[in-house]
Ligand binder design. Structure first.
Ligand code: MF3
Ligand code: CO
Ligand code: CO
Length: 251
């Protein structure tokens, strides 16, 4: 059952959503060659706690760190480690914060130094794919409408959309119904209603769509080792459209 959240519940979600968005703003200056993803993990962890949040990934189904860091051909759920970022890498930082029992979930792909042409291409396609997906959200639209615009655009740009992972309802629970597929057909699937809260988080590959999970049981990579990029927002369906909840409120 897809829940409808009341205006009061939306108000209760805002701090977690702002916090997660603020964390992405905060982390940007640390994304540079020579930094390890473990260092990014520590900075995100400490910032989260210091600002009254709990990092949702830590121990979530056994995930060992406080943030997901997915570099180059890693699609999602990358585990922070001792490896240093290098010039030309791309890295998705996926932050989920819990405040007062509510979750906010957002991610962004960053350039490490100067991007190479394919890295820039896949990153900009993923950024625009999320933007297009959000643009069709309103009461009466369907989940298929969201998936369709994302798939249509990414494939027209000669990229592919990952099928195995999707956006999700979110609230007191990290991942709840409905599943938000990033591919689909217009006018199909669940009809959106005011008060639904979910993420859209397309994973776009510059090569083929196929992925596999590594032996650590978490790290998802492209089978053909092609670059993959992702952006994510948490949003709520409003009376006449959508409001993105994971926007920063830093001064
Ligand atoms: N933040 C991811 C998402 O967008 C989920 C990460 S689960 C973790 O849904 F355990 F890997 F952190
Ligand atoms: Co998510
Ligand atoms: Co996320």
């Amino acid at each position: 059952m897809t829940q409808i959240k009341t205006p009061q519940e939306i108000e209760q979600m805002r701090p977690a959503c702002h916090h997660a968005a603020n964390t992405l703003v905060m982390i940007e200056e640390y994304i540079k060659p020579g930094v390890t993803t473990n260092e990014i993990n520590e900075i995100v962890h400490d910032y989260t706690i210091q600002h009254g949040g709990i990092p949702a990934p830590l121990n979530y189904h056994g995930f060992p760190k406080s943030v997901c860091t997915s570099v180059n051909h890693v699609v999602c759920h990358g585990i922070p480690c001792d490896k240093k970022l290098k010039d030309g890498d791309i890295i998705n930082v996926d932050v989920t914060t819990i405040i007062n029992g509510w979750h906010g979930d957002t991610s962004k792909t960053f350039y490490v130094g100067e991007p190479k042409i394919r890295a820039e291409k896949v990153t900009e396609v993923a950024r625009k794919a999320l933007e297009l997906g959000i643009s069709v959200v309103k009461p009466g639209a369907t989940l298929g409408d969201i998936g369709h615009v994302i798939q249509q655009y990414a494939e027209a740009e000669k990229c592919s959309v990952v099928r195995e992972y999707c956006g999700h309802g979110i609230g007191r629970v990290f991942h709840e119904e409905p599943q938000i597929l990033h591919y689909g057909k217009p006018n199909t699937g669940l009809i959106l209603k005011k008060g639904m809260v979910f993420t859209i988080e397309p994973m776009v590959n510059i090569g083929r769509a196929a992925v596999k999970v590594l032996g650590d049981k978490w790290t998802v990579v492209t089978r053909d080792k092609s670059l993959s990029a992702q952006f994510e927002h948490t949003m709520v369906v409003t009376d006449d459209g959508v409001e993105i909840l994971t926007l920063p409120n830093l001064l």
